[in-house]
Design a protein around this ligand. Structure first.
Ligand SMILES: Nc1ncnc2c1ncn2[C@@H]1O[C@H](COP(=O)(O)OP(=O)(O)OP(=O)(O)O)[C@@H](O)[C@H]1O
Ligand SMILES: [Mg+2]
Length: 453
């Protein structure tokens, strides 16, 4: 495990329906502002979420779990996303929907285990020998291409790196030259070259040249010419997740096939590999060269999980390396899958016992209107006042989610008639074209007999 490449810990963030959510919208003393960061109303739940964020940041939440419970469309997923935004970039945040654990390729517990390990970050400190300086000479020598004599390819180069105190020249080979040319590195850039691997990193444009010859602030912020010697030990910090480390570890032993197919996404990971990764990380933590960053594992629509998945999660919460788990559900009393027991939120009682529960409540008409306004702005939709009023009524009668979803088809309708503002008629047309869940269920019920035949 000597070479570790930086991998972004961000898996994927679900945007789209929640793209307007920028945070929880709280002030310093954790009081919710009525509307801020794209959030409207739902103040108690947001304030509770704010406390959770602080506990996570203080490292007091690892191994604990939170449940967001409330009716459909009351912002449970939105609040979870807001928590992720508040935590910042380095804290991993992984989202999984209950039904996603039933994949055809992986066992349920493997899907969960991978998600759990993606939700635990490790900050690794690596000291490496590098050559660093402003590039003051860059002479590329070219040679004829081995197979195509008409083409010239870079073969080597003579470069000079300059710091505030010295200048040193080097001959570099074709792979370093190629890496430099690919990144568009030119004289006047500050670069770092890893002494062992030859990896080239461009730090930016040197202030020296930027001030003399270029318009300041033209496209990027210049960086100072480095001080000290050209050859130095430098500390690099990478944030990876336990899952990244599992993958690196299992690829290095993947044998012939992984060589042939370039590894790719590893399917099932051997528990032995995980055990070794854990040991490696613990060792580095003891040596003071790594820190663990417990992240968040958000499990939406938790009533889709079955008893096996729940007992797996209970074990995870008790283990030494555990993320913070946030569940969400819109179910009240329902059957725990895989059993015939009824339980609150369809979760086994032993798990329920250790949860902090946050309830979301139904929105008032004004709040729905406010959220629809924000969504209209987010989706670049102009909407007439009476159309907005009508859409708000629809939101009250059916669900906020449905009303939000009608916005873009309504805008499409307006566009098809060469108008750029949505009218009440547009809303009415798309309301008829697209059914809400209740109407759809009633309709299908009516014809169930026919459909079943
Ligand atoms: N308080 C709020 N402020 C701003 N936007 C919100 C708020 N609550 C919900 N929304 C937005 O309304 C839509 C519906 O909310 P969301 O999907 O979060 O509901 P949910 O409680 O997760 O519903 P379900 O139980 O069906 O999963 C989303 O687009 C969401 O971003
Ligand atoms: Mg949801």
């Amino acid at each position: 495990m000597s070479s570790i490449t930086p991998i972004s810990p961000r898996g994927f963030a679900r945007v789209g329906a929640h793209s307007h959510i920028k945070g929880l919208g709280l002030d310093e003393d954790l009081k919710a502002k009525l509307a801020a960061d794209g959030m409207v109303g739902q103040t108690e739940a947001r304030e509770a979420a704010g406390i959770i964020v602080n506990m996570i940041k203080a490292g007091k939440m690892a191994g604990r779990a939170v449940l967001l419970a409330g009716p459909p469309g009351t912002g449970k997923t939105a609040i979870a996303i807001a928590i992720a935004r508040e935590l910042g970039r380095d804290v991993p945040f992984i989202t999984l929907t209950g039904s996603e654990i039933y994949s055809s390729e992986l066992k349920k517990t493997e899907v969960l285990m991978q998600a759990v390990r993606k939700a635990i970050g490790v900050r690794l400190h690596e000291t490496r020998k590098v050559y660093e300086g402003e590039l003051t000479q860059f002479e590329v020598r070219t040679a004829k291409h081995a197979y195509n004599p008409y083409q010239q390819v870079p073969e080597s180069a003579r470069i000079t790196l300059t710091t505030k105190s010295e200048s040193r020249s080097f001959n570099v080979g074709s792979s370093i030259v190629a890496a430099m040319l690919n990144q568009g590195i030119r004289i006047g850039d500050v670069v770092q070259i890893d002494a062992e691997t030859g990896k080239v990193i461009r730090a930016g444009r040197s202030e020296e040249v930027a001030e003399k010859y270029e318009i300041a602030g033209y496209d990027e912020k210049p960086v100072p010419r480095p001080s000290g010697p050209v050859e130095k030990e430098k500390e690099f910090i990478y944030v990876v997740t336990l899952h990244d480390l599992d993958q690196i570890q299992s690829q290095s032993r993947g044998g012939f096939f992984s060589l042939l197919f370039g590894g790719g996404e590893v399917r099932e990971i051997d528990p032995e590999i995980r055990r070794r990764v854990d040991e490696y990380v613990k060792q580095r933590v003891e040596d003071g060269t790594a820190e663990i960053i417990p992240g968040v594992f958000f499990l939406d629509d938790v009533s889709m999980l079955d008893i096996e998945a729940f007992s797996f999660l209970s074990t995870v919460l008790e283990s030494e390396l555990a993320p913070i788990v946030i569940f969400a559900t819109n179910r009240g009393i329902t059957t725990v899958r895989g059993t015939d027991l009824q339980a609150p939120h369809g979760m086994p009682l032993d798990l329920l016992d250790r949860l902090l529960i946050i309830n979301t409540r139904l929105y008032t008409e004004e709040e729905i209107m406010e959220i629809l306004k924000i969504r209209a702005r987010e989706e670049d939709v102009n909407i007439m006042d009476d159309a907005l009023n009508h859409l708000t009524k629809i939101g009250v009668e059916t669900s906020l989610r449905y009303a939000v979803q009608l916005l873009s088809p309504a805008a499409e309708k307006a566009k098809s008639e060469k108008r750029n503002t949505v009218t009440k008629d547009d809303i009415e047309v798309v309301r008829k074209l697209f059914s809400d869940v209740k109407r759809s269920v009633e309709y299908v019920k009516q014809y169930e007999e026919y459909m079943l035949r």
